[in-house]
Design a protein around this ligand. Structure first.
Ligand code: PGA
Length: 305
């Protein structure tokens, strides 16, 4: 079986997806963890099973379990990735990356994405000291103005500043309600269907609020009772507890236990936004910053494949 792998299309990406499914025990959870669509994960798994000509998982109830062959593949792929990481580390050392600092600041919605990048980066370059700040849009703009960091992540980069902004990935903002909301399963809702709701919204200075206000400017502000809560986590918990409805990044929902919240289907939603990797114009990248930039772009290329 192994002899013929090279003539077929076994990819590291498939192995990475396979490892994540094995760790999570479910395609849905692995897709969330990897920020991929569920069908992409299923397709890559199916290709891998085809290449290895064996069943890798068996489903018992809702959970996926590794078959004996799957277990073998998991161990082999762990070894493979360890060898590769070790190689990259040695190459990095040759390139003079055996020390250095990386400073990164990100808006709160992206805290569900950035640690994955940072984690894999720090495993590759264990001698680089990372610093990771999380804040709302206004706080991160303040850091950018002071040139405190190598990189900044925004959904709504401050266009008034002289910056480079590389688009990263979509950040849709969705309307959420508790699972048992009476309008939970209705399509094409309008804002007047929701006029009696309390609307939980982030604080002034938040990029999420900035996007919502822009959206209401375009489509007309609905009659909702606003309540400001300065945290995505507290907003989610408050919606679950029945305090109101809210518009929030879909990525902020990825680690919630399923079954607590629903997305309400209002016509113009979700609000489309995306994250950007931002650097001040003219900033000279340190070797650590350059390595991080290349690392992120490699990860993004992998996701795009
Ligand atoms: P924030 O993040 O609401 O925490 O400012 C928003 C963003 O995605 O820009």
């Amino acid at each position: 079986m192994i002899k013929s792998f090279h003539t077929r299309q076994l990819t590291f990406r498939q192995l990475e997806i396979f490892r994540s499914v094995a760790d999570c025990g479910s395609v849905t959870d692995a897709a969330k963890t990897l920020h991929l669509a569920q069908p992409t994960v299923s397709t890559q798994l199916a290709k891998l099973a085809q290449t290895t000509q064996t069943a890798l998982f068996e489903q018992v109830g809702k959970k996926l379990y590794l078959t004996d062959a799957g277990q073998e593949l998991l161990e082999a792929s762990r070894d493979l990735f360890a060898v590769l990481e070790n190689l990259e580390m040695r190459l990095a050392k040759r390139a003079g990356l055996s020390f250095g600092h990386l400073r990164l600041s990100a808006v709160t919605t992206s805290k569900y994405l950035v640690p994955t990048w940072l984690g894999s980066f720090c495993r590759l370059y264990p001698s680089i000291e990372p610093e990771f700040n999380v804040g709302n849009r206004a706080e991160i703009i303040a850091r950018l103005r002071q040139n405190l960091d190598d990189f900044y992540i925004f959904s709504h980069p401050p266009r008034e500043l002289d910056i480079n902004a590389q688009p990263i990935t979509d950040n849709p903002l969705v309307l959420i309600a508790p699972q048992d909301h009476p309008l939970a399963n209705q399509a094409d809702l309008t804002w007047s269907d929701l006029r009696n709701e309390r609307f939980l919204i982030r604080e002034q200075g938040s990029g999420t609020r900035f996007a919502i206000e822009g959206f209401f400017k375009e489509y007309g502000a609905p009659h909702l009772r606003p309540l400001t809560i300065a945290s995505n986590e507290a907003i989610k918990e408050s919606v679950v507890a029945g305090l109101g409805i809210a518009i929030i990044s879909r990525h902020a929902l990825s680690h919630m236990a399923p079954g607590n919240l629903v997305e309400l289907q209002v016509k113009e939603l979700p609000i489309k936004s995306r994250w950007y990797l931002v650097t001040p114009q003219g900033k000279v990248a340190s070797p650590a910053a350059q390595a991080f930039y290349e690392h992120v772009n490699r990860l993004l290329d992998d996701i795009a494949q």
